[in-house]
Design a protein around this ligand. Structure first.
Ligand code: ATR
Length: 288
């Protein structure tokens, strides 16, 4: 089911996920099955790309209609787009590119923000039986990572009224993001001794813990104790070491697969202009 070869022909629309690494991505699996389910003549492939700018330039007049941008290309991708939607511009990262049919221009979007924030909000709502429209308002959200995914979570949390702390291995990058959104920066090393207020949310947006490095974790277990909810953007494996240890510390955990599904069906709508078969996306990802 990875590729829908049955329908490939001159009219087939081609899409792909650009990343380095990229083979772990489940985007081809979900999008190809979704295309098939609504009888959309499209195919979606993995694209291992080192340099996103030269790749997009080389393929600017090809049959590719749209791209998902993965690690580590989300910030560079923004600079390659001819037009960037206001949300992606505010975040400073693009994870979805559509080539406009009429003039071939590349349009940049961000679906990571809505995908991650709604996954975290749903986790908070179901764990505390909270019915608030904005369960993040007033909460402290600690974001590990200052790349494209980190910026999307940090910006989204800020817009929802959270107090945002960015922790990053390279402190200067954390500082840049904190300054841009009006948050606070700490180094990843300092996060180990960060004195948390009870009820905080922790969001890992780095690739630490992703297959094949499943024994790695971005923060030690002792530092997890005061977090009410821990989210990991990594979704391969579904339950990372970070989430396992957070659960052992009593936190509610939200897997990156919850973000992945949501960002993917939003992407389907941008790619095709059709309503996404959301139930199908959930069903496919429940197998992984
Ligand atoms: P993405 O666009 O997917 O967020 P990215 O822009 O490459 O990818 O960002 C990766 C993030 O993960 C960065 O914050 C990076 O930290 P640095 O800014 O110090 O490079 C973080 N990261 C990657 N590998 C890491 C590791 N082994 N330990 C800690 N942080 C790591």
């Amino acid at each position: 089911d990875l590729y829908n070869f049955r329908r490939i022909g001159p009219d087939t629309k081609v899409y792909g996920v650009i990343g380095q690494p990229v083979s772990h991505s489940k985007s081809p699996v979900v999008h190809n099955q979704a295309f098939k389910s609504v009888d959309f003549n499209g195919v979606y492939v993995h694209l291992l790309v080192d340099d996103v700018a030269s790749f997009l330039k080389a393929y600017s007049s090809s049959d590719f209609v749209g791209f998902s941008c993965g690690i580590p290309h989300k910030e560079a991708a923004l600079t390659c787009c001819d037009e960037v939607d206001p949300l992606a511009k505010s975040i400073g990262a693009v994870n979805t590119i559509l080539r406009r049919k009429s003039d071939g221009k590349l349009l940049g979007y961000n679906t990571d923000c809505i995908g991650s924030i709604s996954a975290i909000e749903d986790g908070l709502r179901s764990s505390s039986r909270c019915t608030s429209a904005s369960p993040l308002a007033g909460k402290t959200v600690v974001v590990i990572g200052a790349g494209g995914a980190g910026k999307a979570v940090a910006y989204g949390a800020k817009v929802k009224g959270a107090k945002v702390v960015i922790a990053n291995r390279t402190y200067e990058r954390a500082l840049e993001v904190a300054e841009a959104i009006g948050g606070r920066a700490v180094s990843l090393a300092d996060l180990e001794n960060f004195h948390p207020e009870d009820g905080m949310v922790l969001a890992n947006t780095t690739s630490v813990g992703m297959q094949p490095n499943v024994d790695e974790t971005p923060i030690s277990k002792h530092a997890l104790e005061h977090y009410a909810l821990v989210f990991d953007a990594v979704y391969t494996p579904r339950i990372t070491r970070l989430l396992r240890e957070a659960e052992e510390c009593g936190a509610v955990t939200v897997s990156g697969s919850e973000m992945f599904v949501r960002q993917a069906y939003e992407q389907f709508e941008i790619f095709t202009g059709l309503p996404a078969p959301k139930e199908l996306y959930w069903k496919i990802m429940s197998k992984y």
